[in-house]
Design a protein around this ligand. Structure first.
Ligand code: MLT
Ligand code: MN
Ligand code: ZN
Length: 309
């Protein structure tokens, strides 16, 4: 099974268009140790020919252009794409708006929780993906669902499970304590290759590593995990946004409740941070935060990184 990080950045990417934080300035200036990152998405293939995208970022057009495997083959018909399916983990802008890049009357399948399918149904711009060609399939929880699209069996299955998270930012109900968040607003995914039984987890948004999640991930061979912020208060301290990591629905890398600490006892063979926000000090390859994450066995995801499982 082939897994490729199309975009390792969080919403806004790195650098973010309107951000002048120290990291964004450094990456714009080409400073050593800083790599630009597009927004959050992975591509997966069992055999290397047909692919499923995990989330569709606003940078998808650029990501496809930078990824030869996602271009039509020379021998294909005049309209063709190896992208046969897209699985969505939530309804945030950085994860669904790339669907609009997949217009032009091409058949594929969209898999998502009902809560996220409702978001697509409620926004008529997504009707550009006509139902006759683009199937919308509701994901049940904790069941393996075979992935297919445009009449092609991908040789992969997805098991979706709710994780702690938050409703999409633009749908927040500010008068509700949890902003109107419901089960299914944030999913984790386990992708399994049918032929070999090999599997990995993809959890780009997660507010808390609770016991059921810790149990599920124990002994996993590969996990791509929410690396949005390093410190709970880094956005506030850098003067960027008056929000903590918790308020944004993302567990931090550091701290007693952080992901570095929580994964210490899980025995995960390979763990890679994705959905990394531009404010995160671990983006600087020479930072003490990068060194601490690496020392704890974490890799900092990069665009174009490939894992063969
Ligand atoms: C998030 O991950 O918190 C969202 O992508 C925020 C946003 O929509 O900008
Ligand atoms: Mn996001
Ligand atoms: Zn920035």
């Amino acid at each position: 099974m082939f897994v490729k990080i199309l975009g390792s950045g969080a919403g806004g990417g790195f650098p973010q268009w309107n951000c002048n934080c120290a990291n964004c300035r450094a990456v714009r200036a080409g400073a050593p140790g800083f790599l630009a990152r597009t927004q959050s998405s992975l591509a997966v293939s069992a055999e290397g020919a047909n692919w499923v995208l995990l989330n569709a970022s606003p940078d998808l057009r650029q990501q496809i252009a930078q990824t030869p495997q996602l271009a039509p083959s020379y021998d294909d018909g005049v309209r063709a794409s190896p992208i046969k399916a897209v699985v969505l983990t939530n309804g945030d802008v950085d994860h669904i708006s790339g669907l609009l890049n997949l217009r032009e009357a091409q058949a594929f399948s969209i898999y998502a929780a009902n809560r996220v399918l409702d978001v697509l149904a409620g926004n008529r711009i997504f009707d550009i993906l006509v139902p006759e060609l683009v199937a919308r399939i509701a994901l049940p929880y904790d069941e393996d669902v075979a992935l297919a699209g445009a009449g092609v069996d991908l040789g992969l299955s997805v098991k979706a499970f709710p994780v702690q998270g938050k409703i999409a930012l633009y749908l927040e109900d500010k008068s509700a304590a949890d902003f109107g968040t419901k089960v299914g607003d944030t999913l984790g995914l386990e992708i399994t290759e049918t032929r070999t039984g090999r599997s990995f987890f993809y959890i780009p948004g997660c507010a808390k590593i609770d016991e059921p999640l810790a149990a599920r991930l124990t002994g996993a061979s590969l996990v791509f995990f929410d690396g949005t912020l390093y410190h709970e208060n880094e956005m506030i301290e850098q003067g960027l946004l008056g929000k903590t990591g918790s308020r944004m629905g993302h567990v931090n890398m550091s701290g007693e409740d952080g992901s570095i600490r929580a994964f210490e006892r899980l025995g995960v063979a390979r763990k890679i941070y994705v959905h990394i926000n531009n404010s995160n000090p671990a983006l600087d390859a020479s930072s003490k935060e990068r060194a601490a994450a690496n020392a704890a066995g974490w890799e900092i995801g990069e665009d174009g990184m490939e894992v063969r499982l």
